[in-house]
Design a protein around this ligand. Structure first.
Ligand SMILES: *Cc1c(COP(=O)(O)O)cnc(C)c1O
Length: 416
């Protein structure tokens, strides 16, 4: 069954999908490109002795070129993986293990994706030292702090292009330049940004870059790692050994249909960026934010507005618990900053790293807009959200007190 019910003649199809930072639907053009590689052309790209293999290999090499073109790389610098989690692992652990003799220090950021942070934790258990840079209230790192964090033993800096929760874009060009000056490798997890921002690995001095298809209108379960060749060439130690595929960096039979899908998604992303489609997506995001501000008070934008992906909005609706909100607006697919799915009830570590208080972090909602969203969906969602927030706040004694002019911080809560 499709998660969407049929569109009513005059209305918006529900539920509305505003969670494009979590995953995106496959573009129909991607699906179309993938299909022939499942049955008709099912060959193993590594089969060198017949036309089934040759055709599959040709398709894989075309996709490699499409991915390389998107980021200004050469096809030989693209290693296919099972997704960005693997790409991040390969970048961090692969570089660490290959360059261990040079030094055992890595610099990254507290707000990185778990695939980065947990890879770093794994290395720490093996004796590496990791510096986790903090971020300011806007979610941005300080270049001075980065400068101070470099040591003689530093082999790698890993900073994401744009954050998956708050969409904040880090000063990648400046970071790349600092790393180059010091001869330190620079890895960038660019998963969230690739469909929306022009990224050129040469211009930005990026040595390794992680890619995931399903955040850019491609299929799940496929990604890539850019590993710069040039001088000196970047080396990573493989994590998955076997037939020596992908120049020994990642063994395993290449998933032709998935790779074709990633390639097509990369080509569409490039065309989309060139055509300015991102402006349409930004307009949807802005329309919701303006509408919310016109209708509700006590809203807090999480993360820099200026240094931000066009498709991301992350808002705290003060005095409205995120989970209650999510239950109330089930017709809108978005996500909450209070990770109640985990046993811990810990609010988002990204918001906490920015200094957002626990209570406010629990009220945060992330809206992620994408290629297939419409203005009508924004208007429908806006009406639903405004109604629900007003309703929930009417039941909130705290909100009422604030509206009566009471400073909550001045209250001496009774201790139990
Ligand atoms: C989704 C995501 C990943 C993981 O990618 P998968 O392909 O799902 O493994 C890594 N980094 C960021 C920033 C992401 O948003």
């Amino acid at each position: 069954m499709s998660p969407k019910s049929p569109a009513p003649a005059d209305g918006v199809r529900l539920p509305i999908y505003f969670d494009n930072n979590a995953t995106t639907p496959c573009d129909p053009k991607v699906v179309e490109a993938m299909l022939p590689w499942l049955f008709q052309n099912f060959g193993n790209p590594a089969s060198r002795t017949h036309s089934f293999g040759w055709a599959a290999n040709e398709a894989v090499e075309l996709a490699r070129e499409q991915v390389a073109t998107l980021i200004g790389a050469s096809p030989k610098e693209i290693v296919f993986t099972s997704g960005a989690t693997e790409s991040d692992n390969l970048a961090i652990k692969g570089v660490a293990r290959h360059y261990a003799r040079k030094g055992k220090h890595i610099i990254t950021v507290a707000t990185e994706h778990k695939a980065i942070l947990d890879s770093c934790h794994a290395l720490e258990r093996d004796g590496w030292e990791v510096t986790y840079l903090g971020v300011n209230a806007e979610g941005l790192i300080s270049l001075d702090e980065l400068k101070a964090a470099f040591r003689d033993e530093t082999v790698l800096v890993s900073v994401m292009y744009a954050n998956n929760e708050i969409g904040v874009v880090q000063p990648i060009k400046a970071i790349g330049a600092m790393c180059k000056e010091r001869g330190v490798l620079f890895h960038c997890d660019a998963v969230q940004a690739l469909a929306y921002e022009k990224i050129d690995v040469r211009e930005l001095n990026i040595d390794l870059l992680s890619i995931s298809a399903h955040k850019m209108y491609g299929p799940k379960g496929i990604g890539a790692l850019f590993v710069r060749r040039g001088r000196p060439r970047v080396r990573v130690q493989s994590m998955i050994d076997g037939g020596g595929h992908e120049r020994g960096m990642r063994s395993g039979t290449l998933a032709t249909h998935q790779i074709v899908g990633l390639g097509k998604a990369a080509e569409l992303a490039r065309l989309s960026i060139e055509s300015g489609e991102v402006n349409k997506i930004r307009a949807l995001r802005d329309r919701l934010w303006v509408g919310l501000q016109e209708n509700l008070d006590e809203l807090i934008l999480n993360g820099s507005w200026e240094h931000r992906l066009a498709n991301n909005l992350n808002v705290s609706f003060a005095y409205v618990e995120g989970e209650a909100m999510m239950m109330g607006i089930k017709q809108i697919a978005c996500s909450s900053g209070s990770a109640c799915t985990s046993a811990s009830l810990e609010p988002s570590y990204v918001l906490r790293a920015m200094g957002v208080e626990v209570e406010l972090a629990h009220t945060s909602i992330r809206f992620g807009f994408g290629r297939f969203n419409t203005e009508a969906e924004v208007d429908e969602a806006l009406a639903l959200i405004v109604e629900k927030v007003r309703f929930l706040r009417e039941m909130s004694p705290l909100y009422e007190m604030v509206k009566e002019g009471i400073d909550l911080k001045s209250i001496q809560w009774e201790a139990h």
